[in-house]
Design a binder for this molecule. Sequence first.
Ligand code: SF4
Ligand code: SF4
Length: 442
Amino acid sequence: MSGRAAFRHGVHPPDSKELTAHVAIRRMPFPEEIVLPLRQHAGKPAKLLVGKGDRVERGDKIAEADGFVSVPIHASAAGVVTDIGWWPHPDGSMAEAVRIRVEKYSPQVPRPRLVPEWKGLSPAQVVQAVQAAGVVGLGGAAFPAHVKLSPPKDAEIDFLLVNGAECEPYLTTDHRTMAEYPERVQFGIRIMMHTLGVSRAVIGIEKNKPDAIEALRRTLPADLDVTVLPLTVKYPQGAEKMLIKAVTGREVPSGKLPMHVGAIVQNVASLAAIAEVFETGLPLIERIVTITGPAVRKPSNLIVPVGTKLRDALDFCGGLTDDVVEILFGGPMMGLPQSDLDTPLIKGTTGVVVLNEAQSKPRVTYPCIRCGHCLDACPVFLHPSKLGQLAQAGRYEDMEASNLADCMLCGACSYVCPSNIPLSQMFALSKNLLKKQKVKAA
Ligand code: SF4
Ligand code: SF4
């Protein structure tokens, strides 16, 4: 690999990880109710299989995949389906969801194996098992993991790039996974290398996680070509294109994917999840989440059942302080603000960050002063101030012509803007509007 372990542009926000970087992962007890939206992954929502009044065991399939770019949803606790209806979703919308009243005295014991043993499976069988287990990328985008395991036949993939950057401030989910479960991450890498048929893997980790670097170096397999590459601490180092540039020096062209330059990128937590479903025989029904920020009393790294409500997770962490002003799912750079404590933590929820006045973004915005800071920050060399002006004027087609599609919504431009213009939020809205216009026209 000939990379420079960094990419050009980007920003250096305070990482604020000290609150949970050294806090061991602990398991949260089962809440009284879990809520499982049918839309928890990129692609088509799952199709409902249960009805009100049905009793479900932990691990039972309650909704099935609708096509290849979709995954099933499984009950994360034994209980009774009390309702199926619209419920607040982490993305701010309402989504169809299954409510399960958790059986209070159930031992919640693991089911007999629902996922086959890994040994002896062909690559196609691994892909099928990973989809059936409902595994998605746990780094935030929730892209079905089996799709990344089955690139097109003509794609020339020469290595697996393991994303351990975790560049979002505050979040320590991936960090703790690498430090506490390095063997599981290595097992996930083995499964993925076998399935993709690649002979090389590189694990990229930002240098602010020395214990994770040490743990993964200590557990490197003797029979596979896997290396650990410490990376410069810079935001957004964990964005796929930035990571590829930093590790290999290769540039993913506009409109292309990592596989077009020979790479498949998978996040460490997702690899650990792939390993875990084969180890335990259970589908993806729980995940590790960082609950942190200055306005939460006991910042923690927790294993939570998928579908745990925000309120229950916060209560388990001692509740909120009186000066709370904002709750985000995800980190402060790309996270989504939450307004309802009944919103569930879903498969793609990397963390909950609770901010007070001092740490939240200023709300008053001023006109653009053409300082150019946003241009210097943008890692994909866009012109954020111009895109912002086009967005304000509703000129969405012109934004497209100015390469809006390349914007990763990383928030680096908004972070540096002295006028507090919410550039990346404007770009997210514009992308959504353009998408809707296209669906309407089709
Ligand atoms: S949000 Fe988009 S425009 Fe802004 S810095 Fe990130 S990639 Fe560039
Ligand atoms: S950083 Fe803000 S004020 Fe400066 S050019 Fe960009 S949009 Fe304008």
